[in-house]
Design a protein around this ligand. Structure first.
Ligand SMILES: NC(=O)C1=CN([C@@H]2O[C@H](COP(=O)(O)OP(=O)(O)OC[C@H]3O[C@@H](n4cnc5c(N)ncnc54)[C@H](OP(=O)(O)O)[C@@H]3O)[C@@H](O)[C@H]2O)C=CC1
Ligand SMILES: C[C@H]1O[C@H](OP(=O)(O)OP(=O)(O)OC[C@H]2O[C@@H](n3cnc4c(=O)[nH]c(N)nc43)[C@H](O)[C@@H]2O)[C@@H](O)[C@@H](O)C1=O
Length: 323
């Protein structure tokens, strides 16, 4: 029986990973799933994290807990984003090692790559140039997470892996009007415009930046795919100090095109206006997903289907939508 701790199980990604593990358990996989809410265990608290690992002694850890937000949240709360994410990663990775955890998977982000990285961005682009200023503190914390895993692997011989997702969306997302990512923000804004009979919706920036969007169920599947790889397969496809793996669809879309797609799905027929006082952020960050594709994993959910399903989830879960 493997004891698996999913950190951040009430978040969008942790929730999707937990649902997938519960399905495996229902199919007969011998899994003991351990979770703690943020209120039960603050992962920035070193003493609490040490006590948790000492008591629970999981075999495997999936680290999907983090301080997460869109361009405005990252720009407004840089101290929170760097401090909380560094603390969570350092506490979880170190105490996991101290408690004898052999395998761990942590989630980073595509913003670890330089602002002017070649497109699509290969794993090797890490630390080759300056980062995008709107999310540099968060990106530095995420890079530290990769380097923590690599360092514990080298010094202590454990098997700690990192996946770098592109922009994610799906059921359980954060729909806050200011602090969320673009896709949930637009779903909510277009929905409210239709409901209130408005003839105009404002979106941030020029509309020309391009983003790649991956549905969270695909992300959960990719996370477990990478976690399940035999150590020799993972090692053969990575390098000791370059051990992260990109996860995405390999396709991107401009923010203006995305807005038109969300308008169509939500039934909005009015005008779309751009607020150019808001930042664009990185102009493009398309993932090179060839490494994961060569190992046998590809995204399955199309953007149109994924947005339609997420919009339905938003309508069905109005009460519990995080905003
Ligand atoms: N969403 C996206 O577009 C992307 C996400 N990622 C990465 O994927 C991972 C998961 O993100 P996502 O699911 O979207 O984020 P969410 O905000 O949906 O979930 C994060 C979870 O972490 C928990 N958490 C935050 N701080 C603490 C803490 N100090 N102690 C304990 N729990 C804590 C949150 O609990 P609570 O809500 O109670 O604070 C929440 O349940 C993160 O590492 C993120 O960086 C990477 C690329 C894109
Ligand atoms: C996942 C990723 O997420 C963040 O980076 P980002 O990709 O820039 O994220 P975003 O989703 O907030 O914006 C994408 C684009 O969309 C435009 N945009 C239009 N209208 C709205 C809008 O209403 N809300 C938001 N948030 N953006 C909007 C916005 O101006 C920008 O051009 C970082 O946290 C980063 O660290 C990170 O990892």
């Amino acid at each position: 029986m493997a004891k698996v701790y999913v950190a951040g199980h009430r978040g969008m990604v942790g929730g999707a990973i937990l649902r997938r593990l519960e399905a495996r358990r229902a199919d007969g996989a011998p899994l003991d799933l351990v979770t703690r809410t943020h209120a039960e265990l603050d992962l920035t608290d070193q003493h609490a994290v040490r006590a948790f690992f000492r008591d629970e002694r999981p075999d495997v850890v999936i680290l999907a807990a983090a301080r997460v937000g869109g361009i405005h949240a990252n720009n407004s709360f840089p101290a929170d984003f760097i401090y909380e994410n560094l603390m969570i990663e350092a506490n979880v990775i170190h105490q996991a090692w101290a408690a004898g955890v052999r395998r761990l998977l942590q989630l980073g982000s595509s913003c670890i790559y330089p602002r002017e990285a070649p497109q699509p961005m290969p794993e090797e682009a890490l630390l080759t140039g300056p980062l995008e200023p709107t999310n540099e503190p968060y990106a530095i914390a995420k890079i530290a997470g990769i380097k923590l895993c690599e360092s514990y692997n080298r010094q202590h011989g454990v098997d700690y892996r990192s996946v770098m997702p592109t922009n994610l969306y799906g059921p359980g997302d954060n729909f806050h009007p200011e602090n969320s990512h673009v896709l949930p923000a637009l779903i909510r804004r277009f929905h409210e415009a239709v409901r209130e009979g408005r003839d105009e919706v404002v979106i941030w920036g020029s509309g020309t930046p391009r983003r790649e969007f991956l549905h969270v169920d695909d992300m959960a599947e990719a996370s477990l795919f990478v976690l399940d790889l035999a150590p020799e397969v993972y090692a053969a496809n990575t390098r000791p100090m370059q051990s992260h793996i990109n996860v995405g669809t390999g396709e991107d879309i401009s923010i203006a095109e995305l807005a038109r797609l969300v308008a169509e799905i939500t039934g909005f027929r009015g005008a779309i206006r751009h607020d150019r006082t808001r930042p664009d952020g990185t102009m493009r960050k398309l993932m090179d997903v060839s490494r994961l594709a060569e190992m046998g994993w590809r995204a399955r959910i199309t953007l149109r289907d994924g947005i339609a399903e997420t919009y339905k989830w938003f309508l069905d879960n109005a009460e519990e939508v995080r905003a």
